[in-house]
Design a protein around this ligand. Structure first.
Ligand code: FAD
Ligand code: NAD
Length: 405
């Protein structure tokens, strides 16, 4: 009998967790499992702010995909997905190769959302993957190394702008605030030459988070020299910097380093499939299946799950992606084995922790507010737990964060 083909797209949190659970549940005679990912490595997306700022080496944040999967049960293909033909049940790869599937898991993650703001795609950096993160770090290092070699310094050369004070913006600006004094020392640049500005459109940093913890975070970061421009909207990005507006007044801020961290959308591949979506995120059914697409499951940042209590979507997080993987795997296994009773996905959220550099953080965990070293230790526990779930004790020991205090 023909074995059903299960194809998983993306080896991020959602894709890896799905694959690990599929390989545990299905024997080699029961299904052909294929995992396709752009790179031959998986990376910890939740650590990319550190890689971008240069406070963590990129190799610490990535691991070979084949170290995480059972190669006897899963075929790994390093390739880029360019399209999916839902009607013909085929995935199309960069070299036009077509891969047939009976069951498909789309776990292609997020892309930066620029909301059509002029110049952002051309002139701003984004924290999207290992390569964009390396580019930001290299640009920072090069800018500092160049400064003292120039007779005439361009205005704003040493101004670093972070767009957005959501969780990504705050975590990144905190790493930058820790790195800048070291870069200044290394390249003989007075600290007061460098400006670090975080621009947020909403009336507060970290909109929707606990006000007391927000105040703690902002105070800590201001103490390290971060300037916040709150209630200020980035309107345009140019080669010279950004144009912002506040209370109908516009201002130009000169900068050679603009990092856009003000929002995400799902992978553009979703739009190409024709499946109904909102900013490339698909409202999946309770069993994580995509509406109107036979055999297709969607997990992670390409999926949209509504919280019944608030009637709003859950924010796209690693926490949710990692919990969706096992449910998608279980449901595919059930269908392959002829069952019909599919599991409903219900996120079990433990809380949120936002790092403020390697030694500080804020968070709400199991309903309890945390800040300072206890929150920072908790963030490392969360990071280590993800490693353990992905690669067991081996990966945890190799890549884990154990500098708790
Ligand atoms: P990803 O983990 O992004 O993986 C997608 C994978 O698909 C990647 O391996 C990519 O290479 C691959 N891929 C993409 N396109 C293609 C293609 N066309 N062909 C082949 N392969 C492709 N969430 C939390 O819960 N806690 C945190 O502390 C946290 N911190 C964060 C910090 C930062 C700096 C950022 C940016 C996000 C953070 N998040 C956090 C959010 C979290 O990282 C995402 O929600 C999570 O990564 C989504 O998982 P995913 O599996 O959908 O996608
Ligand atoms: P976000 O959408 O959560 O935050 C973006 C911020 O940018 C918002 O505060 C928004 O008001 C602001 N903004 C939007 N347009 C702007 C403009 N034109 N000018 C100035 N500011 C503007 O996006 P994110 O921070 O990238 O987070 C994405 C997802 O990843 C979220 O679900 C988040 O919870 C998750 N995440 C979690 C953690 C963590 O748990 N530690 C860390 C990073 C990201």
């Amino acid at each position: 009998m023909k074995k059903p083909k299960v194809v998983v797209l993306g080896a991020g949190y959602g894709g890896i967790m799905t694959t690990i659970h599929l390989q545990k549940q299905l024997g080699v005679n029961e299904a052909e499992i294929t995992l396709i990912n752009k790179n031959d490595y998986h990376y910890e997306t939740t650590w990319l702010h550190e890689v971008s700022a240069g406070t963590l080496h990129h190799d610490r944040a990535r691991v070979s995909v084949t170290d995480l999967i059972n190669k006897n049960k899963v075929t790994f293909m390093k390739d880029t997905v360019t399209d999916i033909n839902i009607e013909q049940k085929k995935v199309i790869l960069k070299n036009n190769q077509e891969i047939e599937y009976d069951y498909l898991v789309i776990a292609l993650g997020y892309e930066s959302e620029t909301f059509g703001i002029k110049g952002l795609k051309e002139h701003a950096f984004s924290i999207s993957n290992i390569n964009t993160a390396r580019q930001i770090r290299e640009h920072l290092d090069y800018t500092f190394a160049t400064y003292n070699n120039l007779e005439e310094k361009p205005e704003g050369m040493m101004t670093i702008i972070v767009g957005g004070a959501g969780f990504t913006g705050i975590e990144f600006v905190a790493e930058i605030a820790n790195r800048v004094p070291k870069l200044c020392k290394e390249f003989d640049i007075p600290r007061d030459t460098v400006r670090i500005i975080c621009v947020e459109a909403a009336p507060t940093a970290l909109p929707g988070f606990d006000p007391q913890l927000i105040e703690y975070a902002v105070t800590q970061l201001e103490r390290k020299g971060v300037e916040f421009k709150i209630g200020t909207m980035i309107k345009e990005c140019t080669p010279e910097g950004i144009i912002v507006s506040k209370d109908d007044q516009t201002e130009e801020i000169k900068s050679k380093t603009v990092v856009w961290a003000a929002g995400v959308r799902g992978s553009h591949i979703i739009e190409k499939t024709g499946i109904e979506n909102n900013r490339c995120r698909v409202k999946v059914g309770p069993d994580l299946r995509a509406p109107g697409a036979e055999g297709v499951f969607i997990v992670g940042d390409c999926s949209l799950v509504i919280n019944d209590e608030t009637d709003k979507p859950y924010p796209p997080t690693a926490q949710v992606a990692m919990q969706q993987g096992p449910v998608a795997a279980k449901n595919i296994t059930t269908l392959i084995k002829g069952g019909t009773d599919l599991q409903t996905f219900k996120p079990d959220l433990k809380g949120t922790v936002c790092s403020l550099g390697h030694d500080d953080a804020i968070g709400v965990v199991f309903g309890r507010k945390l800040f300072g070293t206890s929150a920072s230790a908790m963030k490392k526990v969360v990071d280590n737990r993800a490693l353990f779930l992905e690669g067991g004790p081996g990966l945890l020991l190799k890549k884990g964060k154990f500098n708790f205090f």
